[in-house]
Each structure stands twice: as structure tokens, then as C-alpha cells.
Design a protein around this ligand. Structure first.
Ligand code: ARG
Length: 452
């Protein structure tokens, strides 16, 4: 692609600096699929004869097989995946190979490959999330009536069912899946035909190319088509947020696996030892996930930073999009694989969770609402229960006089409220953790997750 206008070969250090084939070769299957369809469009436009199209199709098939079998020789002097495949084709079939790049630029070619990659990955990651959701659902179905304290500010707040916590994770992952669907939809636009930036005097049937490559839509502006990496940012944001969800989940599990909490225990297969302290069992998988989330956020910020100062159209800076994209995709796949395998093996310590949830102070709001039912404004009821809390005594041990000093409306029956299961039975609003709501949610998710 340097041509006779260059008097010198590229310096070796420059070649090494600018090559992308060492990492963009993973786009080969999309590049070849795009080339096949591009050749068909050139044939339809009268540029390629039947024989030439057949030779190109055959040559691409052979190259594809070689790549799959690891027999293909990638050459960094040829810079990138596109030039490697094109050069191998021409070497193999001669003149028709040299016609393939008619009315095409690597600028629309890389946009195509990346869009196909993003479409495929958003689907695969969504499927992994579905499997993870079903792992959470299985634990929730097994542990349906296990109580635990719910926390705000990491202080015990109100009792919940552990299943409610697990269902909350499923909710977050379902938003992630929804987001990935949006990523897929926005990536699903054919850029091929945009050329370098302004199309070509040879007019190709873009609608037919889109149909052949399974694209829903066609880019409407050739300049935008080669400039646009919004779909990469979209995927990187979706992956960063999945990372944030996994990281917060990790933080909960790390904390709950401490001796102080003792709510959960990682199976030996997903825990690590200490090189010095023989008694240690460390939650490294969760910690690594929390750490890797930093990388995922970094990948998104890298991409946005690469884009922010770019003049419109293609600039070579865009080649750097791949490092961020591939790193994020690989990181998320690995993290999801670990969680899918680790969650089902996690031991749940019911006694510890329920002992913590039995703290009667967790029902302080219920006690305030007892007064509300008797007509006391909530702010006053809150103050009355707050004076009780100040006594520093567990509520079941308060005397009748102490109750009445806080509010004369307290009767002996207030003590009946101090049972977490009874309290949870009243949480009937949509989305709240009453047992029948949880049952309903378990069924709903089972149908949604397993019905797919
Ligand atoms: N390897 C390049 C990239 O990844 C492909 C496009 C190169 N285009 C160009 N005009 N140099 O972005």
C-alpha cells in the first residue's frame, strides 16, 4: 500500500510501532466475511467476472481454513489483518485478488470488522450473564427463607431474605443484558461502501451487502461511517458497568466471608492460601474482580480519550481502539466464567445470617409504624423510638414503663412486632421482600431466564 511514491521502505522501528496484526488478527473471520460480500457486490457492479468472483471466494475460503487451523503466516510488515489477508489472497490467486480492494478502504473495512465483532460479543456476553443469573436463581430457590440483615451505610438496617439480595443481583444483570441489546442494535449498521471517507465512483449495492452480512441498517453518511466509534464506547460502557456490578457483589462477598461476618464461605476451589499465614483462606477471585473492574473503567476512559481530540473521518489514532476493546471483552468473559463456576459452590451459613437478622433493633421502623397506625405523625413516632434506642437496651427487654415513657400509646402487643419473619410478611408492596413476592419473583425469573 506504500506504492512507488515512497522512495524508502518503512523503518523497522516504525513498522513495529504501527503494526496491528499481532492483535487485530482476531478480527479475521469478520474481515473475510466482509471481503466475500464485497466481492459479490463488485461482481454485481460488473467489476469482477464470474471466474474472478469464484477465485476470490475459493481463495478466501482456503485462507480462512488456514487461519482457523493456525497454519496461516501473519506478517507484521503487512501491518494489519486486512493487508495480510489481501496479500495472501493475491499471492494465491493472482490478478483477481488485486481487484478486491476496488471501492473499498481499510477505513470502512475496519469499521465493518469492529461492528461485527461488537455485535457478536454483545450477544455472547449477554448469554454468559444469563447463565450467571440462573446460578443466582438456583441459590435463591434453595435458600428461599433464609433471613439476613439488610444494611445501609454498612450498618444493620432491616431484616430481609437472603433470596431478596440474590434477586437484586439478577435485576442488575438484567439491566446489563438490556444494555447489551441496545449495544447490539446500535452496532448493527453496515459501514461498508463508505470507502476512505467519501465513497467511490464505483457504486455498490449497499442494501444487498447489508442483507448478506445480516445488518439491520446502512450507514447514511460516509464521513460519519469511518469516524464513528460510538458503538465501541457503548460496549465499553456496558462492560464497565457489568464490572461495577461484579465489583460491588465481590465487595459484599469479601466482607461476608470474613470471620467477623461468617455469612458465606468460598469453596476451596475458589479460594487461595497465604504464603506466610497457614490459617488463611483468601477470597482472591472476588478481590481480583474488584481490581479488574478498574481496568474495565480504564478501557472506557482510554477510548473516550482517544476520540476526544480527533478530527473527523479516519485517523490512525483509531487503531488504538482495539487494545481497549479486546482487553475489556476478555476481562469480562474471564470474570463471568469465574462467577458462573464459583457462585454455585459458595457455602451459605444460615445460622450466622439468621443470628444477625434476629437483632430486634432491626425492627425499629416497624415499632414507629405501630404508633403511626394509632394516628401519631411519623416524625413524632420516629422520635419516640429513637428515645428508646438511646436507652441502649434490646427492645424485648424494655419494661412497660420504659415503653410508655416513650409514648403512652405503646401497649404490650408492641412486643409481637419484634419478630423478623412476621415483619417480612407485611412487606407486601410490589418489589418489597414479603415471602409471596419473593416466590412470585423466583417464578418470574425462572420463566424469563430459562424460557430463553
Ligand atoms: N489497522 C487500521 C486500524 O486498525 C486499519 C485502518 C487503516 N487505515 C489507514 N488509512 N491506515 O484502524
Amino acid at each position: 500500500m506504500r506504492g512507488p511514491r515512497f522512495a524508502q521502505a518503512a523503518a523497522e522501528v516504525a513498522q513495529r510501532y504501527s503494526q496491528s496484526v499481532s492483535f487485530d488478527q482476531r478480527l479475521a473471520e469478520y474481515d473475510i466475511a466482509g471481503s466475500r460480500v464485497h466481492a459479490q457486490a463488485l461482481h454485481a457492479a460488473g467489476i469482477l467476472s464470474d471466474e474472478e468472483l469464484a477465485a476470490i471466494t475459493r481463495g478466501l475460503g482456503e485462507i480462512e481454513a488456514e487461519i482457523k487451523e493456525g497454519r496461516f503466516e501473519w506478517k507484521s510488515v503487512l501491518e494489519d489483518v486486512h493487508m495480510n489477508i489481501e496479500a495472501a489472497l493475491t499471492e494465491r490467486i493472482g490478478a483477481p485478488g488485486a481487484k478486491l480492494h476496488t471501492a473499498r478502504s481499510r477505513n470502512d473495512q475496519i469499521a465493518l470488522d469492529l461492528r461485527m465483532f461488537v455485535r457478536a460479543e454483545s450477544g455472547m456476553i449477554s448469554e454468559q450473564l444469563r447463565v450467571l443469573q440462573s446460578a443466582f436463581l438456583a441459590v435463591a430457590r434453595e435458600q428461599t427463607n433464609v433471613l439476613m440483615p439488610g444494611y445501609t451505610h454498612l450498618q444493620r438496617a432491616q431484616p430481609i431474605y437472603f433470596a431478596h439480595y440474590l434477586l437484586a443481583q439478577i435485576e442488575a444483570f438484567s439491566r446489563d443484558r438490556e444494555r447489551l441489546k441496545g449495544v447490539h442494535r446500535r452496532a448493527d449498521v453496515l459501514p461498508l461502501g463508505a470507502g476512505a471517507l467519501a465513497g467511490s465512483s464505483i457504486v455498490l449495492d449497499r442494501a444487498e451487502m447489508a442483507r448478506a452480512l445480516g445488518f439491520e441498517r446502512i450507514s447514511e453518511n460516509s464521513l460519519d461511517a469511518v469516524s464513528d466509534r460510538d458503538f465501541v464506547c457503548d460496549l465499553l460502557f456496558a462492560l464497565a458497568l457489568i464490572g461495577v456490578h461484579l465489583s460491588r457483589l465481590s465487595e459484599d462477598l469479601i466482607l461476608w466471608s470474613t470471620t467477623e461476618f461468617g455469612f458465606v464461605e468460598f469453596s476451596d476451589a475458589f479460594a487461595t492460601g497465604s504464603s506466610l499465614l497457614p490459617q488463611k483462606k483468601n477470597p482472591d477471585m472476588a478481590e481480583l474482580t474488584r481490581g479488574k473492574c478498574g481496568r474495565l473503567i480504564g478501557d472506557l476512559v482510554s477510548m473516550l480519550t482517544i476520540l476526544k481530540g480527533l478530527p473527523s473521518s479516519y485517523n490512525r489514532d483509531l487503531q488504538e481502539d482495539k487494545n481497549a476493546l479486546f482487553d475489556a471483552v476478555d476481562t469480562i468473559h474471564a470474570a463471568l466464567d469465574v462467577f458462573i463456576a464459583m457462585i454455585p459452590e459458595m457455602k451459605i451459613n444460615r445460622e450466622r445470617m439468621e443470628a444477625a437478622a434476629a437483632d430486634p433493633q432491626l425492627l425499629s421502623a416497624d415499632v414507629a409504624e405501630y404508633l403511626v397506625r394509632k394516628g401519631v405523625p411519623f416524625r413524632e413516632a420516629h422520635a419516640a423510638v429513637s428515645t428508646l434506642a438511646r436507652l441502649g437496651k434490646p427492645m424485648p427487654e424494655l419494661t412497660r414503663e420504659e415503653w410508655q415513657a416513650a409514648s403512652p400509646l405503646f401497649d404490650d402487643d408492641v412486643r409481637e412486632l419484634l419478630d423478623p419473619r412476621r415483619a417480612l410478611a407485611t412487606r407486601k408492596a410490589i418489589g418489597a421482600p414479603a415471602p409471596e413476592n419473593i416466590e412470585w419473583e423466583l417464578t418470574r425469573w425462572r420463566e424469563l431466564i430459562e424460557g430463553e
